[in-house]
Design a protein around this ligand. Structure first.
Ligand code: C5P
Length: 292
């Protein structure tokens, strides 16, 4: 049997980081949005009795450290069946160490693909639960669309779809480790007031979304390169706002107008190798091919 699935990246429209908890995680408040940039995951069954993995990008670990592998393992544990054997192939387009939840998207894709393969034994909520045990971003990647994340990011509330728009994403060479970024927020003397509440009330208006874009990691990291990239994005005609996503290092700008977004992407490609012009989507994964 063969299943193919698209796994969509996410961006944070807001990301308020609160205090560190006893379990080592931080409480966050965030509005997350799925975007059209996606990886492709292909799962083939075989009779090896094992989970194996391959990827078109050499630097991706193809062992038990990979989130996609962990999700497959978690699926079989919960399904309470031994895996007859599956090979997972990941075709990556989402950059890594970018704040786009690329690994989590692949994990969510594996959960969706296996669920399709076995005749949907789990509801979406159950898949989110299985995913949450593997990583904080996976429940949102299972659900997709526009949602608020609370707790360590796994307590989700659906929000209205945002209006049609364009995002220009720029991935600078610097990569940022998520645990280190969270650690930096612990050095703050005061926790700044959150932006998520304002954002979730104003999702009907692109102008207001642009105004309330905010990410606490920007101040905590205080990375000159990223701050100047943001400034540059804000200087383009038609930019409604710009902000870093997740713990970075992608910084993106929001546009209502396609021509302005294309002009920005064209210009940024002169300076950066990885520039993506994307749109919001209202799913986290989509299974597009099943062969019995
Ligand atoms: O859940 P996930 O494996 O994606 O988290 C990676 C690391 O990021 C955690 O080990 C923790 O250090 C940090 N983290 C955090 N608070 C969150 C999410 C992640 O401190 N809400």
């Amino acid at each position: 049997m063969k299943v193919k699935v698209y796994c969509y990246a996410k961006i944070n429209l807001t990301l308020d980081v609160g205090a560190k908890r006893k379990d080592g995680y931080h409480d966050i408040n965030t509005v997350m949005q799925s975007i059209s940039l996606c990886d492709k995951v292909v799962i083939n069954t075989n009779d090896t009795g094992k989970i194996t993995l391959s990827c078109n990008v050499d630097s991706v670990p193809c062992d038990g450290h990979n989130i996609a592998y962990k999700c497959a393992q978690a699926f079989y544990n919960r399904y309470d069946t031994t895996c007859g054997g599956v090979h997972i192939h990941i075709e990556k387009s989402i950059p890594m160490q970018a704040g786009l939840a690329g690994g989590s998207a692949d994990g969510a894709g594996v959960l969706a693909a296996l669920n399709a393969m076995y005749g949907e034994p789990f509801s979406q909520n159950e898949l989110e639960e299985i995913g949450a045990a593997v990583g904080s971003d996976i429940p949102f990647c299972v659900r997709g669309g526009t949602a608020k994340g609370e707790g360590r990011g796994t307590v989700l509330t659906n929000l209205e779809n945002i209006p049609d728009c364009f995002f220009v994403l720029v991935k600078p060479p610097v990569g940022i480790s998520t645990p280190e970024a969270y650690q930096k927020t612990d050095e703050r003397k005061v926790i700044p007031p959150g932006a998520t509440e304002k954002m979730e009330k104003n999702l009907h208006s692109l102008e207001l979304i642009g105004r309330y874009l905010r990410n606490d990691f920007e101040d905590a990291l205080a990375n000159e390169e990223l701050l100047s990239l943001k400034k540059r994005l804000l200087s383009f005609g038609g930019t409604l706002g710009a902000v870093m996503t997740g713990s970075g290092s992608v910084v993106y700008a929001l546009f209502e107008n396609k021509e302005y977004a294309e002009a920005c992407a064209r210009e940024m490609r002169c300076a950066y190798d990885r520039v993506y012009l994307v749109q919001p989507v209202n799913v986290g994964t989509s299974v597009y091919y099943v062969e019995k």
